[in-house]
Design a protein around this ligand. Structure first.
Ligand code: DX5
Ligand code: ZN
Length: 217
């Protein structure tokens, strides 16, 4: 069964405590937390102080997705805030290998995200340094966008690369995941589904999470 990671970007921030309780009580596995700096992406979200507060109430794994420039500046701070998985973007640095190594050295799982224009083969030589490969299925920055179909091929390529390397890197898909496309995304080889809009704008978020969890069965 896939790992389900609701994206809190689409949560109701005036009722954040209740939204966290809803995820705690649901079949979701992780909290997906999107950090945006207005530089790497054309949007600004929240940072470590909000994440640290959420951590006090949340009972599940924190999957922190950094959409910020020079993420290496803040690794220790996100560890302190409660990140279990910390994901940086391939497009942000000359020394991604060093950054991934630092994330692990701090006691977190290391994630690497690739934008739609970045080929999967770019991660081939460092696949053993990556616990989570986040394949963006939209251009990052906003929730509620349309899933890019080219992602299906990239998932299959990622799966093949990981299998060939004998690595246990998880493949995470982020952006435009719906109840309609979830089964096909899992069939292509994805392990983790992020879902913001699909979960939080549904009439019954817990039931939607349950349906996502059943995808691929
Ligand atoms: C966007 C973020 C996503 C976003 C997904 O850049 O990385 O995690 O919240 O939202 P949906 O599921 O609505 O496309
Ligand atoms: Zn994300």
């Amino acid at each position: 069964m896939p790992i389900i990671a609701p994206s809190m970007l689409s949560a109701d921030f005036l009722n954040l405590g209740a939204e966290i309780d809803m995820i705690n009580d649901s079949e979701a596995d992780w909290f997906h937390l999107d950090v945006m700096d207005g530089q790497f992406v054309p949007n600004i979200s929240y940072g470590m102080s909000i994440i640290a507060q959420m951590k006090k109430r949340a009972k599940k794994t924190f999957d922190v997705h950094l959409m910020i420039e020079q993420p290496e500046r803040y690794l220790a701070e996100f560890k302190k805030a409660g990140a279990d998985y910390l994901t940086v973007h391939h497009e942000t640095g000359y020394h991604i290998h060093r950054t991934l190594t630092s994330i692990r050295a701090l006691g977190m799982k290391a994630g690497l995200a690739i934008n739609p224009h970045t080929p999967v083969e770019m991660v081939q030589d460092i696949i053993h340094d990556i616990d989570l490969l986040l394949v963006m299925s939209i251009s990052p920055g906003f929730g509620g966008q349309q899933f890019l179909p080219l992602t299906f091929r990239k998932i299959r390529e990622a799966k093949e690369l990981i299998t060939k390397a004998g690595s246990n890197t998880l493949i995470e898909i982020d952006g435009g995941v719906t109840l309609e496309n979830a089964t096909e995304i899992i069939a292509a080889g994805a392990d983790v589904l992020v879902a913001g809009n699909t979960v939080f704008s549904s009439a019954d978020p817990k039931a939607t999470i349950k349906s996502l969890k059943q995808a691929g069965k």
